[in-house]
Design a protein. Sequence first.
Length: 67
Amino acid sequence: MEERHAYRGYAKKQLPIWHAYRVELYPHYNQFTGITDEQGHPLTFPAAFRKRRRDDEPKGIVKVISE
């Protein structure tokens, strides 16, 4: 079953949560992403998603805490 759907102006297909709220959620378990920084060091999820891929501009990260 394909959960991702195309959105005008975006190269990759987006998950339903993105279409509804324009956010992507990623769990943080200190695992590596396969993405490296400018020096070649592997990045974990929080660090990997602090910049936009297309232009390296910073982007917002929101931490969701359950009470």
